[in-house]
Design a protein around this ligand. Structure first.
Ligand code: B12
Ligand code: SF4
Length: 453
């Protein structure tokens, strides 16, 4: 049969194109009002449109264009969470609400895509979070960062705790992005204020002080505790099991409760250990009234029970969290675990340093260090610690207080417990120009990498 005579071909050629049903403006762009209604009908609680070439998305454009070469617009959608559930001090209730909201936003995204696809417009739902490209672990596993898209789409701003706060719903939302291969008639504009009221309740509630009062974020503290039953936590569990010499040896390291918690995460959906920063946040028009009425009562109701809750807090050896838990939260018990985002090559290792930097341990250290790495692929970097923050840039920038010349392997081993700085200096594995105590102070700004003692 000739292709022209095939029943499918004949039907399609004789049928009316579904694309004719799409309302478009004179330039041919899809009408924003219509698309907005489609998204809300599909289950989104709010929506905004951002063209992929918007400057706010500059850092993501390369990856988006590689994965979605025909993308023209990003549709940002949010789903509300039930506040009471997230504010609950019962972890299973709060976690279930997160999971339900992720399902809601993913389903809404899927319905929008189905509707558009039926009308002949290609689109893809980028998915709220997990599943992600986790086979790249410990590398970056997400391909669209929803927060900057939501900000550009006017759906809120990142608060002090780095979660996006919607002007009405507060931070009780989850985010998703739909990638659309078409233009939309009207783009959304970012909010002209930040709904965060700078109350710092998120700082007070976080059991590992991941959120700094200055807006800094301790990635390793949050990831190590909150994500104990995810990703690297599971890796650690399986390696403990493999290394155990007996049942008792395994139980000495991992309690039956911890194993069962992991079973629950694997069987149902992974359980966050905290998310307290979200639960205590009073920002947003629909949320703030009780806070404005009585701030102390608000903190007593939402923050204090979390601070007083008895629980195990997972910390890295030598981290700020390990030191602060016993004094700030006497009812909580810190437990040392391993940093599982290990890096095998120097670029990831340097990035790892930014994730594990401990601002309290840095104290008032003010240091510029030139790192000159030798070997097959020599490299220069500047490591700058100032105001309890670490910045790493390639090249030799500014005037160095210390200059270190070493191999990438020696540099990576310098952050482990076994490392002997004096021996490395003596054997000339490390060449140091500048005071040794400055290098020691720098190394002390990080937790111990490697096995737990
Ligand atoms: C990576 C990630 C995390 C990381 C880093 C968090 C962060 N501040 O970015 C960890 C594991 C710590 C985390 C924790 C949480 N997350 Co999260 N997370 C993501 C994810 C996948 C990407 C985040 C992102 O955009 N980062 C890049 C930029 C925008 O953020 P940044 O702060 O400048 O970058 C930091 C980190 O990302 C990290 N980083 C940057 N690049 C790389 C690369 C690698 C390899 C690694 C390891 C780290 C890393 O370093 C930066 C400085 O700390 C998104 C889902 C998605 N696809 O967008 C959800 C998302 C941001 N998470 C969310 C939530 C709810 C949480 C938690 C509350 C989890 C929970 N339920 O307990 C906590 C809150 C912690 C906090 N206060 O930020 C929601 C936020 C919703 C909202 N209202 O904004 C999102 C949007 C998921 C969703 N679909 O709704 N998360
Ligand atoms: S808890 Fe307070 S400081 Fe933290 S993000 Fe919410 S409003 Fe901002």
């Amino acid at each position: 049969m000739r292709l022209d005579d095939h029943p499918t071909v004949k039907k399609v050629r004789n049928g009316k194109s579904p694309a004719a049903q799409i309302p478009r403006d004179e330039s041919g762009a899809i009408k924003a009002d219509w698309l907005r209604a489609v998204c809300l009908e599909a289950g989104a609680d709010d929506v905004g449109f951002v063209s992929v070439d918007r400057p706010e998305l500059a850092s993501q454009q390369l990856e988006i264009s590689m994965r979605f070469p025909r993308a023209k617009t990003l549709i940002s959608i949010v789903a509300r969470m039930n506040r009471g559930a997230v504010q609950s001090h019962t972890r299973s209730i709060a976690n279930h609400e997160f999971h339900e909201a992720y399902d809601t936003v993913n389903e809404a995204g899927r319905h929008v895509v189905r509707k558009l696809e039926d009308l002949g417009i290609p689109a893809v739902n980028a998915i709220a979070a997990f599943p992600m490209e986790v086979q790249t672990f410990p590398g970056k596993s997400w391909y669209i960062a929803h927060k900057p898209v939501a900000e550009a789409a006017g759906l809120g701003k990142m608060g002090l705790h780095r979660n996006v706060i919607h002007p009405e719903f507060g931070n009780f939302i989850v985010l998703d992005t739909i990638v659309l291969e078409d233009r939309v008639s009207e783009e959304s504009k970012p909010l002209d204020y930040n709904p965060c009221v700078d109350c710092k309740l998120c700082v007070a509630a976080c059991p590992v002080e991941a959120i700094g009062p200055d807006g800094s974020f301790n990635f390793s503290a949050c990831y190590t505790h909150n994500y104990r039953d995810f990703l690297g936590g599971f890796l650690d569990w399986s390696e403990e099991l493999a290394a155990a010499t007996s049942k008792q040896d395994f139980r000495d390291k991992v309690t039956p409760g911890e194993t069962v918690a992991l079973w629950q995460s694997l069987s149902f959906k992974p359980n966050y250990k905290a998310a307290y920063c979200v639960s205590v946040c009073p920002a947003g028009e629909n949320v703030i009234a009780p806070y404005l009425e009585d701030r102390i009562a608000f903190a007593d109701r939402y923050v204090k029970p979390l601070q007083e809750m008895k629980e195990t807090i997972y910390v890295l050896e030598g981290s700020d969290a390990e030191k602060l838990v016993p004094s700030r939260f006497p009812s909580k018990t810190p437990k040392r675990v391993r940093w599982t985002v290990e890096a095998s090559e120097i670029f990831s290792f340097l990035f790892n340093l930014t994730l594990t930097f401990q601002r309290r341990k840095a104290g008032h250290l003010d240091l510029t260090c030139h790192l000159l790495l030798t070997g097959d692929a020599p490299m220069e970097a500047t490591l700058k610690v100032t105001q309890r923050r670490l910045e790493i840039e390639f090249g030799k920038l500014g005037t160095a207080d210390i200059t270190i010349t070493t191999s990438p392997e020696t540099w990576m081993s310098a952050f482990t417990k076994q490392f002997d700085l004096d021996a490395a200096l003596q054997d000339e594995h490390i060449g140091l120009n500048g005071p040794k105590d400055l290098l020691q102070q720098f190394l002390a700004c990080f937790p111990v990498y490697g096995d737990v003692s």
